[in-house]
Write a protein that binds this ligand. Structure first.
Ligand code: G6P
Length: 499
């Protein structure tokens, strides 16, 4: 946590950096309470992966501080130089809530909700992307490396290349990239692909996402895209071309950090206490999601409600704990989803809860990581039933926390994590009968089988942690740099991204 930056002296504003990360959000949020402002560190996966690189290379991070109509000077935090990008209230509405979360988010998640196409949203998206690109151009040193993150900033790579052709530019898309039949709905489909092709390396979560992108490039521009290599015509190459690499690098978590918490006696005591507070049921099932329509929260509640209705489960033996953290609350589809989920919870609880036993414990909050680990340890069955998800890090957090090699993960095959976590019980969340059977299988699974599956899952998550993700991405990015440019990552770290 930091003091308000209003009084921090800006001593470094002309300094330039060898390594620059650009993402919609900064690793800190500006929180204003009772007339006092402070910076709250958000210890997300990306932050834990990138902070050590920042410290080692003297990096800068460019992003929005999460609050509209406020300007802040750059400042230092946890070894990174943070450069806040100001957005007006209207820009938050049109660029963030509108084009990013009302157009791109539903489109890229296979139109689970209908995307809205508004020209004003697009125009603001272009303007705001330009502002991020200009900031990056201003702080990156000669021949530096810039790593742009996620769907909110897809135009930044080409804009930045235009401003600073000397830079090496990486882009990572944290969400899915849809099949061309869906992507082609986008009125600005050419501009977005062109924006991304400004990067030297474009990373995706799944092999299928990288394939969808390469097909979009071929269909829209006719460029050669073979395997992971795309040849993009380049005026500067005198009629020749630039090579862009597009391939998958599945993101992960700080697995060791979760293990350490899961061994902590206080957190283990808290896990026992949680089960007691829930009335010591035989089975605790858990869902943890941002309250988002891509997560299939309603599908899992429907399955659980039917199991109760049929008497295959009772509230005395099983409870579903659903943590739904508030998200994008001013976007219409999210408001409607909240109403729908809360109606479902009310109905199921009204129909099946008893005075002593609740069917669903619904928590519309976010919790600190310690409490999350205690919940993971308390849960016999973890339900990840996303209808579409770039990766789903909660699945990996559950696995990393189960140092006792117990617990069963039910995982949607539509989450990126399903490519790696093959020893989970994989489900199609649209198939409610299949989902119900998977829940019953998980509950009845013998201890030995639970341990075998969890051991396999843990091996994968612990070996492929977020550190390995960032290192392998940056290694491939470095290979695209001109010979002799300074290196950001140790050359001996293994490159295994293409698994
Ligand atoms: C997803 C996106 C991130 C985003 C996060 C939270 O994981 O890939 O880019 O930051 O959701 O959403 P928010 O809109 O609150 O930033």
């Amino acid at each position: 946590m930091h003091e308000g930056s209003d009084d921090i002296i800006d001593t470094k504003s002309s300094e330039r950096f060898a390594f620059v990360v650009v993402s919609n959000r900064l690793p800190v949020d500006r929180v204003e309470r009772g007339g006092k402002g402070e910076w709250q560190h958000s210890p997300g996966g990306l932050v834990t992966a990138i902070e050590p690189l920042m410290r080692a290379n003297g990096g800068a991070w460019i992003g929005w501080p999460g609050i509209a109509d406020r300007e802040f000077e750059p400042f230092e935090s946890e070894g990174s130089w943070l450069v806040p990008v100001a957005l007006t209230e209207r820009e938050v509405e049109d660029y963030y809530e509108g084009f990013s979360n009302g157009t791109l988010w539903p489109l890229y998640h296979d139109v689970i909700a209908p995307p809205a196409y508004h020209r004003e949203w697009w125009e603001t998206y272009v303007e705001v992307n330009r502002r991020f690109a200009e900031q990056a151009a201003a702080v990156a040193e000669d021949e530096g490396t810039v790593w742009v993150q996620d769907y909110q900033l897809q135009l930044v790579p080409a804009m930045l290349r235009q401003l600073r052709p000397d830079l090496t530019i990486g882009f990572f898309n944290h969400i899915p990239f849809p099949a061309y039949g869906i992507y082609s709905q986008l009125p600005w489909r050419r501009q977005i692909v062109e924006g991304l092709l400004g990067a030297d390396l474009i990373g995706f979560q799944r092999n299928a996402d990288a394939g969808n992108f390469a097909r979009a490039v071929r269909r829209l521009f006719g460029y050669s895209a073979k395997g992971t290599i795309i040849e993009v015509p380049d005026e500067r190459a005198g009629g020749g071309s630039r090579t862009v690499i597009a391939r998958h690098f599945p993101i992960s978590i700080d697995a060791q950090g979760y293990e350490v918490l899961a061994e902590d006696p206080d957190i283990r005591r808290r896990a026992v206490e949680i089960r007691r507070e829930l009335g010591d049921p035989k089975v605790v099932m858990l869902g943890v999601d941002r309250l988002d329509y891509t997560k299939g929260i309603g599908h899992r509640m429907k399955a659980f409600g039917e199991l109760l209705a049929e008497g295959r489960l009772t509230v005395e033996e099983a409870i579903l704990v659903q943590v739904a953290s508030p998200s994008r609350e001013r976007v219409e589809t999210y408001k409607a989803l909240r109403d729908e989920i809360e109606l479902t919870v009310g109905r199921i609880n009204g129909d099946y809860s008893t005075i002593g036993h609740q069917a669903i414990s619904y928590l519309h909050h976010s919790y600190p990581r310690n409490e999350m680990v205690a919940l993971f340890l308390a849960a016999d069955v973890m339900l990840v039933t996303a209808l579409r998800d770039g990766m789903n890090l909660v699945a990996k957090e559950y696995v990393a926390s189960r140092v006792d090699e117990d617990g069963v993960l039910i995982l949607s095959e539509f989450a990126g994590a399903a490519d790696e976590l093959k020893s989970a019980l994989l489900v199609n969340p649209h198939d409610i009968d299949g989902l119900k059977d998977a829940i019953m299988t998980a509950i009845a699974m013998p201890k030995r089988e639970r341990a075998i599956r969890m051991r396999a899952l843990r091996r994968r998550v612990l070996e492929h942690d977020v550190q390995r993700w960032s290192t392998s991405f940056l290694q491939v990015l470095e290979r695209t740099r001109p010979a002799g440019a300074p290196s950001l990552v140790a050359p001996d770290a293994s490159d295994d991204s293409a698994e």
